[in-house]
Write a protein that binds this ligand. Sequence first.
Ligand code: SF4
Ligand code: SF4
Length: 357
Amino acid sequence: MKTVKINALENNVRMSTQSLLQLIEEKIEEGYTDFEINACGQHDIGGSAWSRKDGKELNFTITNPGQRVGAMARKGTNIYVNGSVPADVGWLNSGAKIIVNGDCGDTAAHCAASGKIYVSGRVGTRSGALMKFDPKFEIPQFWVLKNTGSFSFEFMGGGIAVICGYDCAGLKSVLGNRSCVGMVGGTIYCRGPIKGIASCVKVEKLNKEDKAFLTSGMKEFLSSIDKKGLADTLLDFSEWHKITPIAPDEKQKRISVKEFRETQWVEGGIFGDFIQDDLNVFDLVTTGVGRLQTPCWEKNLCINCELCLKNCPNNAITKDENNNYSSDDNKCIGCSICSVVCPKKAWTMKNNNKEIS
Ligand code: SF4
Ligand code: SF4
């Protein structure tokens, strides 16, 4: 172990971020593995650094850093920040262990893809947004002792977040407001009240596996932030919830395009507030013999998924009691959507050899 101390503010002269990062690179080349950095708001400390010679682990102890501490940091990097950090700590973390002994600004753990981020305080808005998981790497974990700001975990695609809700008395929601919008993957465990989260997720009680995960993970988390004494409080599972995205097959049945246009798009249809329209496209687009192309259905290929029926913009497709599909020539406008959405190519479009004038 070879240690170097770097003071990024000397004689009232602040080292630039670029100079500091270059100095760290030089020291790594010289074989240093342990860095004690007294920063002055320099960005990206601890990120994208690795020992090219022998692949030894790198350890950073940092005070007073700027944004993106540990951004894109790799496996084998250990970062300890003594104090709070501004935005983007652990951005796109790629395997590092990052401990923040304080609060984090906005977008902590944003895009984190692997590794562990431990926070002993609160984290700001949009934290955990876009976290992801590639099964080729260790699953990213993001542990927070207190709470998150609003809009957190937006578009989360994978990974595990644990929000412990400690010291949050009086908060209406330990996830702020409007969190989890667009969440499609991953798991959030949180303790305490939650309000105003997106409708695309479900909130459940913990099962046996969830409790086992939290019990084992909590030990390392609390030990890393030097709060072992909170174990009994935080491992009382009575106030914990698990949040996961609602799977596609659990969602409400799809409605037809026509129904969507009539009931959901704009009340009364587009311009419905001043144009009375029955939402049919007759007389505006050619049907019947005037169509450029006509859909043809092949029964042997059809798996009865109803996608064509639901996506036809003019409700031209029907099916009978024997699951035979047909298209009404007087409604069909030859748009070919049925042939595009059909997963089995059961609809094909016959060209009517008409010229567009
Ligand atoms: S081509 Fe297919 S989707 Fe388009 S109107 Fe005709 S039946 Fe409906
Ligand atoms: S989309 Fe294709 S497979 Fe599905 S019901 Fe229609 S024709 Fe059949």
